[in-house]
Design a protein around this ligand. Structure first.
Ligand SMILES: [Zn+2]
Ligand SMILES: [Zn+2]
Length: 258
């Protein structure tokens, strides 16, 4: 299994995950937060054609995750998976696209991949994040989460690769030029995870077979990529896991999970 990010942050998110079984390849797009042309351009940068994709999976309705989904899916005839709440929140934008619903704790399959959705606290209708496995590797993805819950910690146990939100540094957010209402929303229970939150989470769920950790959804106003890299390296130092940081412009190139 391998993955590549088309970009990650408040201006747009999209992650490509691909699994090969014999001659058959399953490739999914987790979130589609860029416009059609931009998504196509970013796919091409990673050597992916839209026709390589099997489906789009959405975490929640916010524009930086779902903004391009229906138009891209319609243009390239792709089915979309999402929660019923996300679908309701996006109502009116739906076009001629096949939509399937997924639910917290209920695994479903796309080709040779199994996805296990889990609920997170975030200011959206029914946000889900996902663990994805091909039977050999387990990838856990967690962004757009206001606080850590026992439920999400349990869901992310035993992952060989983790992509976790490191949205803000608490002090940098405090000193940023954001209005205080926005600061409150970001650090609130339904907002985003800070670097400190992510370290707390890693203390709880990291283990000797955790091979890779990716920092994601990093704020360009109240965090730095260098700070996230150093924080994560320090947090998984004892296991020697590889650390990568996803950027808004570049995301990251193909990352093998074995
Ligand atoms: Zn977001
Ligand atoms: Zn969001």
């Amino acid at each position: 299994m391998r993955m590549a990010s088309l970009g990650s942050g408040s201006k747009g998110n999209s992650l490509i995950i691909s699994a090969r079984k014999g001659a058959h390849c399953t490739c999914i797009m987790l979130d589609c937060g860029f416009g059609i042309r931009e998504t196509e351009r970013r796919l091409a940068r990673n050597g992916i054609s839209p026709s390589d994709l099997s489906a789009i999976v959405l975490t929640h309705e916010h524009g930086d995750h779902a903004g391009g989904a229906f138009r891209f899916a319609q243009r390239h005839r792709l089915p979309i998976w999402m929660s019923a709440g996300t679908f309701q929140a996006l109502e009116g934008r739906e076009t001629n696209v096949e939509v399937s619903f997924c639910h917290d704790g209920e695994p479903f399959s796309i080709g040779d991949m199994q996805l296990i959705p889990f609920t997170v606290p975030h200011n959206a209708r029914e946000p889900l994040q996902f663990c994805i496995t091909d039977g050999n590797h387990k990838l856990g993805v967690l962004t757009d989460t206001g606080r850590l819950t026992a439920h999400l910690c349990a869901a992310l146990k035993g992952c060989s690769t983790l992509m976790i939100e490191c949205n803000h540094d608490v002090d940098m957010l405090e000193k940023s030029s954001y209005p205080s209402s926005l600061k409150q929303r970001i650090r609130g229970e339904w907002g985003h995870l800070s670097n400190d939150d992510t370290v707390t989470l890693l203390k709880e769920i990291s283990h000797p077979r955790l091979k890779k950790v990716v920092g994601a959804h990093v704020s360009q106003q109240s965090n730095t990529y260098a700070c996230v890299q150093a924080t994560l390296e320090n947090a998984v130092n004892q296991y020697g896991s590889e650390v990568v940081v996803a950027t808004q412009e570049e995301g990251f190139g193909w990352l093998n999970m074995d």
